[in-house]
Design a protein. Structure first.
Length: 128
């Protein structure tokens, strides 16, 4: 996914908080690795810090437009459930990107749109 860094909060740890914009919306996330440059555009991989619980953190929705948005301290995401593996790995389509997340519980049907509430979204520069 392509993002532009709008704000950067450096941290003494390896988790720098960034505010970013993308074609799917604006949100805040943690940046993994060497800090990005303010105002620059990056191709990033998205990941989620903790497993999401079906029926609590991730729910089937009637929305069908991919999006990202800031929700308090977390991020809201509308994505399509592409596939699901028995061990709880779900693959979500977010526009042209695929996001692999760990989940707990009974998943929504494959091919449906879901709304995920993510407490810790992590961005990693792909170097592209």
């Amino acid at each position: 996914m392509k993002v532009e860094i709008q704000n950067l909060e450096l941290s003494s740890s390896d988790k720098h908080r960034v505010q970013f914009s993308s074609a799917l919306g604006n949100a805040c996330a943690y940046w993994q690795g060497i800090p990005p440059q303010l105002g620059e555009t990056y191709h990033v991989e998205l990941s989620v810090g903790t497993p999401l619980n079906w029926g609590v953190d991730i729910l089937q929705t009637t929305e069908s437009t991919y999006q990202l948005k800031q929700e308090g301290d977390g991020v809201g995401m509308i994505a399509k459930l592409e596939t699901y593996e028995e061990e709880g790995l779900a693959f979500l389509r977010l526009g042209g990107s695929i996001l692999m997340i760990e989940t707990l519980g009974n998943p929504a049907p494959i091919g449906t749109f879901v709304e995920a509430h993510i407490r810790e979204l992590i961005l990693s520069d792909t170097g592209i």
